[in-house]
Design a protein around this ligand. Structure first.
Ligand code: SF4
Length: 232
């Protein structure tokens, strides 16, 4: 927000960025540039949550292998389960399947090449038992709740996303609903005042794209169409 208490801008800068400033001033830009990935140097606070043995916030340079973060820093998967999916940088960043993280590092270029992004560095790790439709339902509920309602694509779109994903999760969806979900994402992305609509659309687009069989398994051809859906 650019207008807050006493009419002043409450957002000055990211605390993580500000914390680097004294070190850059005392140790120099060259020292800072040597930390982590060449094209994206510096430290990151990796906030790892989910099905790992030791979730937490860890400070390391950019460019760490995702697998090192999970298996070394966070001491591996909880209960010895298999890794299923990783959301590298907060819930809006595109989810990666376990087979997509091999050799991928936590920096902008590497993650872009893998089809995701670093975002906030808030990594979510999911094991083999995770129901990706239920996960997406929870995420879609969050973004629907967070929408301020100013922009029509976001105000209406986040509600449709939550309701359609919920309908599929409840076993009442059909295959056409999957196409409608993708179309909804296209109607929201890049068409609003702030980035929340994109943040709501991307988890839907990429979870559906990368775990489509799980959505299809919950759909039944004879179920009611999306046109019958009542928005809450
Ligand atoms: S995109 Fe941002 S400004 Fe627009 S309705 Fe959504 S939250 Fe509000």
């Amino acid at each position: 927000a650019m207008y807050g208490c006493w009419g002043m801008p409450p957002t000055i800068n990211n605390v993580e960025t500000l914390a680097c400033a004294p070190l850059i001033i005392t140790k120099g830009a060259e020292w800072f540039s040597d930390l982590g990935a060449k094209t994206h140097p510096g430290p990151v606070l990796y906030g790892v949550s989910g099905h790992v043995n030791r979730p937490g916030v860890y400070e390391y340079p950019t460019g760490m292998l995702i697998s090192d973060l999970i298996y070394d820093v966070c001491k591996g998967m909880r209960g010895g389960k298999k890794l299923k999916a990783v959301v590298p940088g907060g819930s809006s960043t595109p989810v990666l399947r376990a087979d997509q993280i091999e050799g991928v590092c936590m920096d902008s270029d590497s993650l872009r090449g893998a089809g995701s992004m670093l975002g906030t560095g808030g990594m979510l790790v999911m094991d083999e038992d995770t129901d990706m439709v239920k996960w997406l339902r929870r995420v879609s509920h969050f973004y629907h709740h967070e929408s301020c309602g100013q922009c029509t694509p976001c105000r209406e779109g986040t509600g449709w996303l939550e309701n359609l994903v919920g309908k599929i999760d409840d076993g009442n969806g059909n295959l056409r609903d999957l196409d409608i979900l993708m179309d909804l994402c296209s109607q929201m992305e890049g068409r609003t005042v702030c980035a929340l609509a994109d943040a709501a659309a991307w988890p839907v687009r990429y979870t559906l794209d990368r775990f489509r069989s799980e959505f299809e398994a919950k759909c039944k051809p004879s179920a009611v169409s999306a046109g019958d859906l009542q928005l809450a």
